[in-house]
Design a protein around this ligand. Structure first.
Ligand SMILES: NC(=O)C1=CN([C@@H]2O[C@H](COP(=O)(O)OP(=O)(O)OC[C@H]3O[C@@H](n4cnc5c(N)ncnc54)[C@H](O)[C@@H]3O)[C@@H](O)[C@H]2O)C=CC1
Ligand SMILES: CC(=O)C(=O)O
Length: 374
């Protein structure tokens, strides 16, 4: 199969869909990999590194996108929609529930769109989202600490406190991978940490894992209002896989926070979990202030630490990508249902229920579709 790896063009996105090591694995399996020139340059992977690993370096995005399968990092942006073509396998993050226009473009062009973030194991885990959630969760606290500094617009709080002065308060809404990784950093800094989740078993795990250094709180509007009101830093970290994020922190709750507090809404890639976050921000211009509170809503946070993130991401995307390339998506998804769950759109059908519901498409059962093609 011919597999294309375009250079990412989203704001400050230096991650890349394959490392030279992943190119080597695809090439060893008999595939031809086309890498757009300078795709990895920003993180120290040169065209020469890719060529030595077995890639063909191509001069333009337009050419890369003519491949049978495209391996990317971020969801395509409108200037890339024109490259879609029937039968293309697009393997990348997609986050379609808040992206009506992208969903329509994939449907109209009969692209087979396999979303990293909905590839799901039988135990419910999301193996291709996990590493980026680890990165973003850890970053969320360091970003929050930065914006809490007076010179960056914050209220002038050091999250750790100092002897004789109490630490800052961090409230994490959603105790999954992002939440647990934010917790590690907050605890490492010595902050006063609360984590809110809906799942009592998850709260028990967090309680055990952090040995009394976290307050675990059941999710309901009353508890969220209380914890948000007292927080210096709120981290939005909820997820309902594939669906638009629930807006758990209301405008009224934000209004009651003290001026100079910070919200980092990691869940912005699924539409955001904070009512006062009405737009995605960028690494170039990451924050805005509403009701005196600093809002950070960057949808590609791991792009800021792109070398670490690319290595972590391709560690998990390459084995699944190889299954898709080696067997074709129909056989790969029939043999491995984790991959079937990643198929959001195929041959003009929407096969992920939450995406169909979000945009009013009829839902096509992915297994019926796959069986019809076997
Ligand atoms: N902005 C960015 O750059 C990045 C964003 N993300 C996003 O972060 C979000 C979280 O991802 P993960 O931690 O991996 O998901 P996860 O599935 O591991 O955790 C989500 C948690 O939210 C909880 N939850 C669901 N509904 C809730 C409610 N009503 N109240 C409280 N808790 C609730 C679940 O029980 C679960 O523990 C996702 O939207 C993911 O795509 C991840 C990486 C980078
Ligand atoms: C998860 C995601 O969308 C990202 O890492 O950018």
């Amino acid at each position: 199969m011919i597999i294309g790896v375009p250079k990412e063009i989203k704001n400050n996105e230096y991650r890349v869909g394959m490392t030279p090591g992943s190119v080597h694995s695809y090439a060893a399996a008999g595939h031809e990999v086309w890498v757009e020139t300078l795709a990895g340059q920003g993180i120290g992977f040169t065209d020469e590194d890719y060529a030595q690993a077995g890639a063909k370096i191509v001069g333009s995005a337009a050419e890369v996108w003519t491949a049978e399968m495209v391996v990317k990092v971020k969801e395509p942006i409108p200037s890339e929609y024109g490259y879609f073509h029937a039968g293309l396998i697009l393997y990348t993050y997609l986050h379609l529930a808040p992206e009506a226009e992208l969903t329509q473009a994939l449907v109209d062009n009969k692209v087979t769109a396999i979303a990293y973030e909905t590839i799901q194991l039988d135990n419910g885990s999301l193996p291709l989202l996990t590493p980026m959630s680890e990165v973003a969760g850890r970053m969320a606290v360091q970003i929050g600490a930065h914006f809490l500094e007076k010179a960056h617009g914050g209220k002038g709080i050091l999250l750790s406190g100092v002897p004789g002065v109490e630490p800052g308060k961090v409230a994490v809404i959603g105790g999954g991978i992002v939440g647990a990784n934010a917790a590690k950093m907050a605890i490492g800094l010595g902050a006063d940490l609360s984590i809110v989740d809906l799942n009592p078993d998850r709260l028990r795990q967090l309680d055990d894992q952090f040995q009394g250094r976290v307050k675990t709180i059941m999710s309901n509007p009353y508890n969220i209002a209380e914890v948000v009101r007292g927080a210096d830093l709120v981290v939005g970290a909820v997820l309902i896989p594939g669906a638009r994020a629930p807006r758990l922190v209301t405008e009224e709750m934000v209004r009651r926070m003290s001026p100079g507090s910070v919200i980092v809404d990691v869940a912005i890639d699924q539409g955001g979990s904070i009512e006062t976050i009405d737009r995605i921000t960028t690494h170039d211009d990451p924050t805005y202030v509403k009701h005196g509170v600093i809002h950070y809503a960057v949808a590609n946070m791991p792009g800021a630490v792109a070398r670490t993130s690319t290595l972590a991401l391709t560690n998990v995307t390459t084995p699944y990508g190889l299954q898709i390339a080696n067997k074709g998506y129909v056989r790969a998804a029939s043999d491995n249902h984790a991959i079937a769950k990643g198929i959001n759109v195929v041959a003009g059908h929407v096969t992920y229920q939450a995406v169909a519901e979000a945009h009013g498409y009829e839902h096509t059962d992915v297994y019926s579709f796959l069986n019809s093609r076997l």
